[in-house]
Design a protein around this ligand. Sequence first.
Ligand SMILES: [Zn+2]
Length: 94
Amino acid sequence: MSKGKTAKGIAIKQIEMRRCVACRQARHKSELLRVVKNSSGEFLLDTSGKAQGRGAYICKSEICAATLKKRRNLDKIFKTKLPNELYDKICAAV
Ligand SMILES: [Zn+2]
């Protein structure tokens, strides 16, 4: 069946893969949680995937959230000490 397909349909849209900062696995954006530092220097969980700012991704997995909290990976990425409550928020969100 080739219903609705055209030659142009062959081009595969590039899948947006991102790397989890805890386990280093590349996953599709929809499987990841994004943490963003906005222009005011605030850290937030970007659930829409559209927030402006520097972002880091983590798997929606309790294991990765726990690893992240233990190693404080985000401190290194954002070059600043992130509040414990942010790590707690991540653990609660996954
Ligand atoms: Zn992960």
